[in-house]
Design a protein around this ligand. Structure first.
Ligand SMILES: [Zn+2]
Length: 63
């Protein structure tokens, strides 16, 4: 899992750090790093993940 700080807050503990699944993990859920609450994927999260690490899933043409 990747431990990253996102521009969103856990709605349980208010934390900004989340654990993101890596490509080789089967779990695709995002958890809060503080209380392990699950977060749903959303557009903000997708952007945060894209900005958090190197582009590993190939190039995405501009939408
Ligand atoms: Zn939390």
């Amino acid at each position: 899992m990747l431990n990253v700080t996102l521009e969103m807050r856990c709605n349980v503990c208010g934390g900004e750090r989340f654990l993101l699944p890596t490509l080789d993990e089967t779990a695709q859920d995002v958890r809060c790093a503080g209380c392990s609450a699950f977060k749903c994927k959303n557009q903000d999260l997708e952007r945060a993940m894209a900005a958090a690490g190197p582009r590993r899933s190939g190039r995405h043409p501009a939408l």
